[in-house]
Design a protein around this ligand. Structure first.
Ligand code: SGN
Ligand code: CA
Length: 518
């Protein structure tokens, strides 16, 4: 299908700016018209959807940072690219789309969060400046070819400035460029920029109906430790202080993050939170557990969404730069996140599960020379599809072992008859933080089947149309038995299609295993 399509003539090869934030939920992006779109709009990111395409059924292969990045770079699942969990080391010698583009005359750069435990030097970028591991929200360390530099400022803004500077330098060159602009925000621990710290302090966000989920019929969901009102750290995550008039946080698992703030930044921080924290500290003893849980939800959303305001501004600056310099028409701009995230659904923060909120990721793409404004794509796509898409747009052959499909026909408004009808997912990082057990499964346009394994053996099935919040595990419901049998067979087919190793090779494997040979 897509592989035989006409290659792009090299004279018009487009530039690519791939913007990926970290943990940005679809619900927190107003282009997707969620229940909070009017309360916390993202007008700049939304411009990409208006100028180009919005994908409504976009998913990841494994809802975690490192594995998502590896899938995006290689167009392959973790069992092929050797990166299944955050503890692994990415094998930089394998083909990646930036490496292939560079070999064919593109100038390439990676700026921001990297997080696959190898510096981008290993995959041969012309320029790279990346955060150290998870990175910090304030005064971050950047790893560069010249060593580690600590910079002063707010990380989202620093990443934007560095990116604009690099784009400016490309003006001298005739070569097309590819920039991977990777934000840390809105990743935990959700520390907003000074000008946005109070942005949502008076906003009351709607509380999800299943915030107080009790997980009946869902053993894995009951085991997790990512519940806002039970597992979020009161200091580190929720910025709660020790008492009225105090500025010191309650427990803080990573004290060096707050310690990085300069005295001026710290003063702005304390001032922005003082009144709210004093109010809470004065009333806490009179509040019910439920009221405190809801207060924590509001605090979490206020900070999470405030960090997204800086990401939105960053996207606006990049789009403005392209427009002002006549680059917009021939530049592909992508906005996505390494995975989705929970914003209180099931009571949670974090990701990992194959439930919709973390399995789905936002995906917006503009390319005015080619994509019609306002395009909406409903086909099932996955982050392994990005690499072949960029390769096709750049006029390169897609290597035969890439497992994703080029999305170019979808972006052209076509509806290929042989497009995939189901997705394969596999989460491996367990035992680990947040206690989400290992699972794999499939989803088609309506149904989802998952198998949780390792120290449990539980199947879950959902009719997403009838039960969009996945509260009722219908695995034993008689009228679904035919669908369940069909999806079990579908999993076997997908395992064969994607060459997943035999179950006995991974089912009890410790996390420390070496990257698979590629
Ligand atoms: C950190 C976070 C976790 C998160 C992992 C992985 N805790 O460890 O909540 O699940 O990163 O996130 S924190 O308190 O240390 O921030 S990922 O996006 O990098 O995969
Ligand atoms: Ca992430």
């Amino acid at each position: 299908m897509t592989k035989e399509r006409q290659a792009e003539p090299s004279a018009t090869r487009p530039n690519i700016i791939y913007i990926m934030s970290d943990d940005h939920a679809i619900r927190a992006l107003s282009a997707y018209n969620s229940d909070i779109a009017h309360l916390a709009p993202t007008p700049n990111i939304d411009r990409i959807a208006q100028n180009g395409a919005r994908f409504d059924q976009s998913f990841v292969t494994n809802s975690l940072c490192g594995p998502s990045r590896a899938a995006m770079l290689t167009g392959k699942f973790g069992h092929k690219n050797g990166f299944n969990h955050n503890g692994q080391l990415f094998d930089g010698y394998q083909p990646t789309w930036p490496r292939l583009l560079k070999a064919h005359g593109y100038t390439t750069a990676c700026i921001g969060k990297w997080h696959i435990n190898l510096t981008p030097e290993g995959i041969d970028f012309d320029h790279w400046e990346v955060l150290n591991d998870q990175g910090e929200y304030y005064n971050p360390d950047f790893i560069t070819a010249q060593g580690v530099k600590r910079e002063h400022g707010y990380t989202t803004e620093l990443i934007t400035q560095k990116s604009l500077r690099w784009l400016e330098e490309q003006q001298q060159s005739d070569q097309p460029f590819a920039l991977l602009l990777h934000h840390k925000a809105p990743h935990r621990n959700w520390m907003p920029a000074p000008q946005h710290m109070r942005a949502f302090e008076n906003t009351i966000f709607p509380v999800p109906d299943n915030y107080f989920d009790t997980y009946e019929g869902r053993a894995a969901a009951a085991m997790q430790t990512m519940t806002i009102y039970r597992d979020a750290q009161e200091g580190h995550d929720l910025k709660m202080t020790k008492g009225v008039g105090e500025t010191e946080w309650r427990e803080d698992i990573w004290p060096f993050l707050l310690a990085r703030l300069t005295p001026e930044q710290r003063q702005a921080w304390d001032e922005a939170y003082q009144e709210r924290n004093d109010w809470f500290n004065a009333y806490e003893a009179n509040m019910t557990a439920e009221e405190i849980a809801i207060w924590k939800y509001q605090r979490y959303l206020q900070d999470y969404l405030a960090t997204i305001k800086s990401v939105d501004e960053s996207v606006g600056e990049v789009l403005d730069y392209l427009e002002a310099n006549g680059l917009a028409d021939n530049t592909i701009v992508v906005y996505t996140s390494d995975q989705g995230f929970y914003m209180g659904e099931h009571g949670w923060f974090d990701k990992r599960f194959m439930y919709e909120e973390s399995f789905r990721a936002p995906l917006l793409i503009q390319y005015p020379n080619r994509i019609k404004p306002g395009t909406v794509v409903d086909h099932l796509v996955q982050n392994i599809d990005y690499a072949p898409t960029f390769l096709e747009y750049a006029g390169l052959d897609v290597p035969a072992d890439i497992q994703g499909e080029s999305m170019v026909p979808l972006l052209d408004g076509e509806s290929p008859a042989d497009w995939r009808q189901s997705l394969y997912y596999h989460f491996y990082e367990y035992p680990a933080m947040h206690d989400v057990t290992r699972h794999y499964g499939t989803r088609d346009s309506r149904y989802k089947l998952m198998h949780f394994y390792y120290d449990i053996d539980e199947w879950e099935f959902y009719d997403i149309e009838e039960d969009p919040t996945e509260m009722n595990n219908a695995i034993n419901v008689p009228r679904y038995q035919q669908e369940i049998a069909r999806l079990k067979a579908e999993i076997s087919k997908l395992e064969a299609k994607y060459d997943v190793p035999p179950r006995e090779e991974w089912v009890n494997l410790p996390l420390e295993y070496e990257p698979a040979p590629t």
